[in-house]
Design a protein around this ligand. Structure first.
Ligand code: HEC
Ligand code: HEC
Ligand code: HEC
Length: 120
């Protein structure tokens, strides 16, 4: 009787650990679906992160420039390790322009399509 109860308890714990592992593996390090990037005096830049992850095969296209951490771009810019507008010019706009030129689905290439001015 006692052994049976213990076995059930153990298998329940094993199951719980296993399922939480599966959940964490499936969701681990994907980051937010949508991110709001600071865009200086031009206003913030809404960035559909998940959409880019689905469209672009390689995380490193962006994350070789900055790590997979919230606020990484601003932090590196503040430390002088990343030039202001580097991400904007060498990643975002550069890729969107190239895709457009190739006749493929693309993203915005003009200031006001990326930057959202805060209304006051
Ligand atoms: C087109 C560029 C781009 C691609 C591709 C990309 N990311 Fe990101 N990722 C970003 C930006 C921008 C941020 C926000 C950085 C910041 O806040 O300064 C970010 C942030 C993150 C964060 C930090 C958490 C958060 O929500 O801010 C994680 C984790 C992350 N990315 C994981 C990934 C993974 C995993 C992939 C590949 C499947 C990937 N990213 C592909 C641009 C990209
Ligand atoms: C494809 C989207 C996109 C477009 C188009 C774009 N920007 Fe940006 N911009 C960003 C992102 C993302 C950042 C933050 C990362 C960085 O500094 O590279 C930024 C940052 C900035 C900053 C702040 C830099 C700082 O740290 O002080 C200014 C100013 C700016 N952009 C002006 C402009 C102007 C002017 C245009 C039009 C000629 C423009 N942007 C077009 C995405 C864009
Ligand atoms: C290597 C290529 C690449 C890079 C780098 C990239 N994008 Fe894009 N972006 C795309 C493509 C492709 C689309 C069109 C996706 C679609 O139509 O499904 C897109 C679409 C968008 C859209 C429009 C989404 C919509 O639903 O209308 C925004 C906004 C955007 N990108 C912002 C950014 C910003 C900000 C950055 C830099 C942090 C960035 N992108 C970096 C390829 C890129």
């Amino acid at each position: 009787m006692h052994v049976k109860f213990l076995l059930i308890l153990i298998s329940m714990v094993v199951l719980m650990v296993a399922s939480s592992l599966v959940v964490s593996l499936a969701t681990e390090n994907q980051g937010a679906e949508n991110i709001e990037l600071a865009g200086g005096k031009r206003g913030k830049v809404p960035f559909p992160h998940r959409q880019h992850q689905k469209n672009l095969a390689d995380c490193q296209i962006c994350h070789s420039v900055f790590p997979q951490e919230p606020g990484a771009v601003q932090r590196l810019k503040a430390q002088g390790a990343l030039k202001k507008k580097y991400v904007m010019n060498k990643l975002c706009t550069k890729c969107h322009k190239a895709k457009k030129k190739a006749g493929q689905p693309s993203g915005p290439t003009t200031c006001t399509k990326c930057h959202v001015k805060e209304k006051d």
